[in-house]
Write a protein that binds this ligand. Structure first.
Ligand SMILES: [Mg+2]
Length: 94
């Protein structure tokens, strides 16, 4: 279920600005992750904030394209696949 504020933001500001904002927020998170890894920045606060921004924007993306159920189905499928790889990894490491 989409957060009512996310739905309202999408309705108020519209599809194009909000979908561009998804990209902008993802790039901000990317930048903070790279700073943390490449330049050894202590920026957990910034990473936390940008992760929140991305999650808020992903909610709007799912609402905009009406794909929340599909995303959830893919997520479950992919988690199962990752679990399988992990089990295989554990077997090889044992
Ligand atoms: Mg941001």
């Amino acid at each position: 279920m989409v957060h009512p504020i996310c739905k309202r933001a999408l309705e108020t500001w519209g599809e194009t600005p909000q979908m561009l904002m998804v990209v902008e927020e993802m790039s901000e998170l990317t930048k903070e992750i790279l700073k943390n890894i490449n330049r050894k920045f202590d920026n957990i606060e910034a990473i936390s904030e940008e992760t929140a921004d991305v999650e808020i924007m992903l909610e709007q993306l799912k609402e905009n394209y009406h794909i929340a159920e599909k995303v959830e189905a893919y997520k479950q499928q992919k988690l199962k696949r990752i679990e399988h790889y992990l089990d295989e990894f554990d077997k090889k490491s044992a």
